[in-house]
Design a binder for this molecule. Structure first.
Ligand SMILES: [Zn+2]
Length: 60
């Protein structure tokens, strides 16, 4: 599959995270590498295709 050249690849920025909060503790989030780190409970959330996946369900 070839990506559409007319569409820029969406990259998550710290700016995007200003509108988001941790679903578990509602603290603010920060980018850490290619993942998202909660500043409250230190949970890590993956970023899939430029979109944050904030799921509290899967406990490891
Ligand atoms: Zn949290």
């Amino acid at each position: 599959m070839q990506p559409n050249p007319g569409l820029p690849v969406r990259r998550l920025t710290q700016q995007d995270l200003l509108h988001l909060a941790c679903p578990v503790c509602h603290a603010s989030l920060q980018l850490e590498g290619s993942a998202i780190l909660c500043t409250g409970c230190s949970r890590r959330y993956p970023v899939v295709d430029g979109l944050p996946v904030l799921l509290s369900g899967s406990a490891h």
